[in-house]
Write a protein that binds this ligand. Structure first.
Ligand SMILES: O=C(CO)COP(=O)(O)O
Length: 135
């Protein structure tokens, strides 16, 4: 399965903690991340991550494009709800695409833990299996 991992600066430590905790599950999947988030995950959890641009430079949009083309099965995006981001439209667009294409998205650590458990138990459908259904 293809998993996108994204975290705003004040949430990056939460993402590092989450990925270390979920490493045994995450290592069997293909991981994608925005630039700095991916770097932190690779350094801290030693997981293989395909990195895109940093969020403010277009990374959210790059991941959004994968969501739109049915190439992402799960998005874990720890947003900072207390700080305005210069690329707010990109953030909203990415989460909007998750809803358009019915892709599960977790935006905080508790929902991410629930989601990763569901993934491990086979409860999250592969986009490739249902591709075409979202038109
Ligand atoms: O800004 C982001 C998501 O909106 C994350 O980008 P970075 O992972 O490069 O910090």
């Amino acid at each position: 399965m293809n998993i996108a991992l994204i975290a705003h600066d004040q949430k990056k430590q939460d993402m590092v903690t989450f990925t270390i905790e979920a490493k045994e599950i995450l290592k069997d999947h293909k991981l994608y991340a925005t630039g700095t988030t991916g770097k932190r995950i690779t350094e801290a959890a030693n997981l293989d991550v395909t990195r895109f641009l940093s969020g403010p430079l277009g990374g959210d949009q790059q991941i959004g494009s994968l969501v739109a083309s049915n190439d992402i099965d799960l998005v874990i995006f720890f947003r900072d709800p207390l700080m305005a981001q210069p690329h707010e439209p990109d953030i909203s667009a990415l989460l909007r695409l998750c809803d358009v294409h019915n892709v599960p998205a977790a935006t905080n650590p508790v929902s991410a833990r629930v989601m990763i458990k569901a993934l491990h138990e086979g409860l999250i459908p592969s986009r490739q299996d249902i591709a075409g259904g979202a038109e």
